[in-house]
Design a protein around this ligand. Structure first.
Ligand code: NAP
Length: 290
């Protein structure tokens, strides 16, 4: 099928590559145009604007950093709004923006599917993403071949696009909370003379044998925070979006404040180019470990 793909960062580049590999006719656009070159080498067409990437495509997917980036490519100069038949928004964005996009696409005669993903860049490369999708049922059906090419499983959340964004934000909050718990426990174990790897082996081999503890446990045990698979400022953005959703719904989330402050400390101490799991560093320093 004809697919437009906008946003060729760590996640988007891998996803676009898998769409091409699955035989789809892909037109790509990225703000920094040079990132399109490897995909053009694989058979993609490079568009001059997001609107051009959407024009003539059955669906146009966006995989961009944040709300501002999505607003720019949808509503800005050369934006895709007027051209998009079905906009598949796969970035992690706010509930408020998902609602605004839903209304804007309906008004311009198109539709919005919210389809944020779970999985780090390695999962994107292996076409093993988990997709939480919500939108009108015909639009979801139109997206199915593209989802199959980039993911291992699609969870259909319902007809209201923003519901999928709520699932994604809730999930990222839980990942952060799991990293926080592991980092605190590893610090306690290490200070008491138990190696982080030993603690991880016992816990993932007993009660905590789930991907989030395995994947992030390995990163924490090895201090593998660079290069960032998911950059800490993007994690901070997600915790801000969780906070906005919680405030709007009048839901106290005290743990959110803890992980947000550790993210801020990690960024302040280590800079922007670090993985969000580096919240382990300020936690360790707080215990007097280097
Ligand atoms: P990334 O590597 O930082 O890529 C960000 C993309 O957004 C780039 O294509 C960048 O363009 C573009 N962009 C930023 N600001 C823009 C603007 N104002 N106008 C147009 N384009 C703009 O990020 P990523 O890791 O691929 O993440 C993309 C999305 O997926 C984020 O919403 C993130 O929260 C979500 N996500 C990430 C992961 C992960 O583990 N990495 C997992 C699940 C979900 P340039 O190339 O020109 O900078």
């Amino acid at each position: 099928m004809k697919i437009g793909f906008v946003g060729l960062g760590q996640m988007g580049s891998a996803m676009a590559r898998n769409l091409i590999a699955a035989g789809h006719e892909v037109t790509v656009w990225n703000r920094s145009g040079a990132k399109a070159a490897p995909l053009v080498g694989l058979g993609a067409t490079q568009a001059a604007t997001p609107a051009q990437a959407a024009g003539g495509a059955e669906i146009v997917a966006t995989m961009l950093a944040d709300d501002k980036a999505v607003e720019d490519v949808v509503f800005g100069a050369g934006g895709l709004l007027a051209e998009a038949k079905c906009h598949v928004s796969m970035s992690t964005i706010s509930i408020a923006l998902a609602e605004r996009l839903t209304a804007a696409h309906a008004e311009s005669g198109g539709s919005l599917v919210s389809a944020p993903v779970f999985g780090r860049p390695a999962a994107a490369e292996a076409a093993k993403l988990f997709i939480a999708a919500a939108g009108p049922s015909e639009a979801l059906a139109a997206c199915a071949p593209a989802f199959e090419a980039v993911g291992q499983r699609v969870f259909t959340i319902g007809e209201t696009p923003s519901a999928a964004n709520l699932v994604k934000l809730s999930g990222n909050f839980m990942i952060m909370a799991a990293i926080e718990a592991m980092a605190e426990a590893m610090t306690l174990a290490e200070k008491g003379g138990v190696a982080r790897e030993t603690l991880l082996e016992v816990l993932t081999g007993t009660l905590f044998g789930s991907p989030v503890y395995q994947i992030y446990g390995d990163i924490l045990a090895a201090d593998r925070f660079r290069p960032a698979g998911f950059a800490a400022p993007l994690g901070l953005k997600d915790m801000r979006l969780v906070g906005a959703a919680a405030e709007a719904a009048r839901v106290p989330m005290p743990l959110l404040g803890v992980v947000r402050d550790h993210l801020l400390a990690a960024i302040a101490q280590e800079g922007d180019e670090i993985d969000w799991s580096a919240i382990a560093l300020p936690i360790r320093r707080g215990a007097g470990l280097g």
